[in-house]
Ligand binder design. Structure first.
Ligand code: NAI
Ligand code: A1CAB
Length: 264
């Protein structure tokens, strides 16, 4: 697979790392306007670092766009004459719909929108994808690419903003929960390193239990909550303080913010 990542910033480099770790490309072009900060990637045989988007497009089949929304139309415009039927365009760009992409390059291209998260660099991204009409024929290919670096789900385009909140912003939300748990563990006497180790591996274990069993969280909670025990005491106190409510409100506030752009 010949892959180009157009816009090797935070997310683009996370994707590049995920692809390299999973041996998912025969060649990879990484582009950025100022390439100094990504020159290190040249140490990988398969990787070419360049500021030339047109060269990257000509030498690749899978084009992953990870630039800021404001730059996307201009970049598409600058490479559209090079696009062929071999190209699959995968955009990670928030709030830039398929109709806007088609308005620049036309409908006769395989266009996929994806919403990965930064855990793609460690092969654990939850990635949502949708496509234009023609791109439906390449959804399985896109899923195969993202499944090598985590888990993927096809959703309607109308749910992409909600997916951004849950999956992309979600990384930040879960980090806060892990940090808060770490702070609690420190207060109970663990040093900071131990506390974080306990918090993150317990979090990993909780998610793995659900992924591997397919159980509902309450089923797993029932297994842990001894009647009159410490778990239910702690859980109920967290709920009295609004744990579930504050998470739901935070998610909805984040969604309201993301939809502001669309409605403005
Ligand atoms: N950071 C995240 O967790 C997620 C970000 N996204 C979306 O991905 C996109 C990228 O986000 P980040 O990586 O955080 O942004 P970023 O600002 O770190 O990266 C964008 C990169 O594009 C480069 N760039 C700008 N103009 C260029 C051009 N003409 N040619 C080639 N490269 C160019 C910039 O130098 C920069 O390195 C955004 O649209 C964002 O909404 C989507 C999901 C998650
Ligand atoms: O915070 C943001 O607006 C972007 C979208 C998803 C991740 N970062």
């Amino acid at each position: 697979m010949k892959i180009a990542i157009i816009g090797a910033g935070n997310l683009g480099l996370s994707i590049a790392t995920g692809i390299l770790n999973s041996n998912g490309a025969t060649s990879m072009y990484l582009t950025k306007r100022d390439i100094k900060s990504i020159a290190d990637f040249e140490k990988y045989d398969k990787v070419t670092v360049t500021d030339d988007n047109r060269l990257a497009v000509q030498r690749s089949d899978i084009l992953i766009f990870a630039v800021q929304p404001v730059h996307f139309a201009e970049i598409l415009e600058s490479v559209k004459d090079l696009l062929t039927d071999n190209h699959v365009l995968i955009s990670t760009i928030t709030g830039f719909g398929i109709a806007k992409i088609e308005a620049v390059i036309g409908k006769d291209h395989y266009i996929i929108r994806s919403m990965p998260n930064t855990a793609i660099s460690v092969g654990k991204s939850m990635t949502c994808i949708c496509s234009n009409e023609k791109g439906k024929k390449r959804v399985e290919l896109a899923k195969a690419i993202f499944n090598r670096m985590g888990h993927s789900m096809e959703i309607p385009e109308s749910q992409m903003q909600a997916a951004t909140v849950i999956c992309a912003s979600g990384i930040a939300f879960w980090m806060r929960l892990i940090r808060a748990t770490t702070q609690g563990a420190i207060q109970l006497g663990f040093d900071a390193h131990e506390a974080q180790e306990l918090a993150m591996h317990t979090c990993n274990g909780a998610a793995s239990l659900l992924i591997e069993s397919g159980n509902h969280p309450e089923e797993e909670i029932d297994r842990v909550t001894t009647p009159m025990g410490c778990t239910i005491k702690g859980l109920n106190e967290m709920e009295h303080q609004g744990l579930s409510s504050s998470l739901i409100r935070g998610i909805v506030a984040s969604f309201d913010k993301i939809t502001e752009f669309k409605n403005s």
